[in-house]
Design a protein around this ligand. Sequence first.
Ligand code: GLN
Length: 199
Amino acid sequence: MAQLSQHKTTKKIGVLNLQGAVSEHLNALNHLVNVQAIAVKDAAQLANLAGLVIPGGESTAISRLIKQNNLAPAIKQMAQQGKGIFGTCAGLVLCGSSTPEHEVEQLQLIDISVERNGFGRQINSFETALDISAIGKQIPAIFIRAPYIIQAGDQVKQLAFIDNHGVMAQQANVLVCSFHPELTPDNRIIQYFVDCCCG
Ligand code: GLN
């Protein structure tokens, strides 16, 4: 068995290092076997990754920085090439296709319409446990000024709901969730994402 796992190639997963929960995602990814997590902030670094995490933080700020650094074309290219993309919280907003307020320039990687701060402000932050059939039961989920999915296109599989609001979804190689899996010791969701990353 040990020999088998040594032969498995290490997957290089980037964490977009512009603003937000970058070090938390790096830690969570580096706890997994056969993963090398790296903080990335320029387009050239994106080219040799198997996947990219767009972390939680402030979607307006991250969107501005994506624009300043001209990163949108390289991120979109990764998605088109079938590389894994995982947007958490603010990252979900950024990966989405529309928002009612148009405050954020979205990357349109997944066909969802998103309500920013849908679950309220900082004071309305909460923790719960989710059963996600593709992944497992009673997965802890921390929501901080979290968005939710208002509407999803036919190609999108919605994986979890709270009060009928979509909080996790996948369209092929693009995965998004409203909450922060990197802030809990339960690594099942992060592992699920890594398993979706090819190469
Ligand atoms: N409400 C924030 C936004 O829309 C997201 C909060 C978070 O990532 N924890 O940017």
